[in-house]
Design a protein around this ligand. Structure first.
Ligand code: GDP
Length: 295
């Protein structure tokens, strides 16, 4: 577990041997190593600063535990703080008392939003939850086709009204259809742009206001590291998210975006995408991610 950081901390402490307890000077050396590890792990700079300040306060207040090496004690403080900031445990997806549960998917184009919509449907099926997918991205005909194709592949119905209808109206009718069909969960795929765009945000806000979803999930590409923080801030301020899906964790990213998303929005990562296939979706576990981020 996070061997790289553990090694670095050990060497930082070696220069201070003889001081075998946590002290002001070795805390600063150790914090520098943690800061470096987090930045290499793709965590946003501001998020790192806040995190380090919290760890510093905890380390300074820590009681010396006899028989425990200070570097090990320190690393435990860092690890525990990471896990705590990311929410301790997995937070499952909402399940409405009165179906259908309405899930709104939000995010930029190319992050894996449409794929995640299908992945989520397959995941819910394994929990005996039926789904209806709704295609509202009228700006790219290929996006509707992609969702229809994925729906066929996993044998889940897709509601669409082509590219001439209004996205808000498609979402509204999609939810009505899910109710009429007695479907457990309706997942609404929305239009993404390459960058944050006010028209896109306004449309998402309108869809949200109209269908009143139980979940608004922001899809975040783990490979975007630092940028994930700005993205989360904007979506959370303008739309209000209830959670996130972190995609492309099968890539070589250390996943620091997970810490940024959680610290900035206060909302949990609920799932991670670990591949292009529809099966490649897993619940998010803060402890596993903490180890990965620390490297
Ligand atoms: P959208 O524009 O946000 O709807 O993105 P898509 O769902 O079309 O996905 C964009 C690309 O990312 C596609 O090539 C997907 O196969 C790929 N993709 C999506 N999720 C993952 C993932 O978890 N891992 C990997 N490696 N690729 C993914």
């Amino acid at each position: 577990m996070f061997d790289a950081l553990a090694e670095r901390l050990e060497s930082a402490w070696k220069t201070l041997r003889g001081q075998d307890k946590i002290s002001q000077s070795n805390i600063q050396d150790a914090l520098r190593e943690v800061r470096r590890a987090l930045l290499e792990g793709d965590v946003n700079l501001q998020v790192v600063k806040n995190f380090i300040a919290d760890v510093e306060a905890k380390a300074q207040g820590a009681e010396v535990i006899s028989g425990v090496r200070p570097d090990q004690q320190f690393i435990k403080i860092v690890y525990d703080e990471l896990v705590q900031v990311m929410g301790e445990t997995n937070v499952p997806i909402a399940s409405a008392d009165k179906p259908p549960t309405i899930v709104l998917m939000a995010g930029l184009q190319g992050t894996g939003k449409t794929t995640a919509t299908a992945k989520l449907a397959l995941y819910l099926r394994k929990q005996n939850r039926s789904t209806l997918l709704v295609a509202t991205d009228i700006y790219r005909p290929a996006a509707i086709d992609q969702l229809v194709t994925l729906g066929k592949q996993i044998d889940v119905p897709v509601f669409e009204l082509g590219t001439d209808a209004n996205p808000v109206e498609i979402a509204r009718q999609g939810v009505a259809q899910a109710k009429a069909d007695g479907v457990d969960t309706v997942i609404i795929d929305t239009a993404g742009r390459l960058q944050i765009d006010q028209d896109m945000m306004a449309e998402l806000a309108k869809i949200k206001q109209t269908v009143q979803p139980h979940e608004t999930l922001l899809v975040v590409d783990a490979m975007t590291g630092q940028e994930a923080a700005n993205l989360t801030r904007t979506f959370h301020e303008q739309i209000g998210i209830t959670g996130a899906i972190l995609t492309k964790l099968d890539g070589d990213s250390r996943g620091g975006a997970a810490l940024s998303v959680r610290q900035i929005s206060g909302q949990p990562i609920k799932f991670v995408g670990v591949g292009e296939k529809v099966e490649a979706l897993q619940p998010f576990y803060p402890d596993r991610m903490a180890s990965r981020i620390l490297g």
